[in-house]
Write a new protein. Sequence first.
Length: 332
Amino acid sequence: MLNLAQKPPPAYTTRTSPFLNQVREVLRLKHMSRRTEVSYLHYVVDYVRFHGRRHPQEMGVPEIRAYLSHLAIEGKVAASTQNVALSALLFLYRSVLHKGLSDIGNIERARRPKRVPAVFTSAEVHAVLAELSGTHHLIISLLYGTGMRLSECLSLRVKDVDVALLQITVRDGKGERDRTTMLPMKLLEPLKRQLAMAKLLHRQDLAEGYGATDLPNALARKYPDAAKSWAWQYVFPAAKRSVDPRSGRVGRHHTLEDSVQRAMKKAMEKAGITKHGSCHTLRHSFATHLLENGYDIRTVQELLGHKDVKTTMVYTHVLNRGKLAVRSPLDT
């Protein structure tokens, strides 16, 4: 059985079982993200191993329920993790095996606790930034200054940054929706310097016979030369070239999330911030501070890319000042 504390297994290759190749093929046909692919394959493998390597075709709702109970009771996983595992198994049976599960309605998704998001004060944000430098400083500044998720920021392509209009286009955000957000004037010059460094790196790759990046969907077949064009390169390229697990081609991916998250954690420790926080807390802080400054909630909703304004309204619960804020009787 897989150790739940371990990271998901590496991407599978054509040398693995035909069954797993079939699951991966359907995932890609449905244009699932790479992260979703790795996550779903992880839970399919864990599910099969938990039941003694029986084929999923021979199992059904009782086995799914037993596995989910194992995750919750023995694995002590969070409700969100349990729900991801359920989604992976539902995808397996419905989209891959095309097997109807008559009693699937009796399996309830784990209830996620409703929590108020952690938010940094403006002083705390600037204290964190003061402990950072270089690329990490720019990335984390962008997270706070634009409201982007970390994955969205690192996935930025050169063509998505408009320095003339001071705006950034976020492609394929959560829910596969595009949106635009502002480019802070304060970050204009640092971003131009980052683009210049990325362009120099791209030229070196081209000179050495590389320089092709990964393209979404079937664009690589439709535009064969686009992968090597400057417009499609990542704004924050990785320091080293790597092998694309899907195409097998050697290229330069974007900076890894882990390195930014580690830099954020160290900066918080140096700044003496003890509250629970991460890179995503900067997105919460972006929304909360905009509302504090009097911006309309619909504007904040659009900048964050929320489908429903109810999702954005959670930030109204962490406001600590403003004309609609409730004051304690002791302070009155």
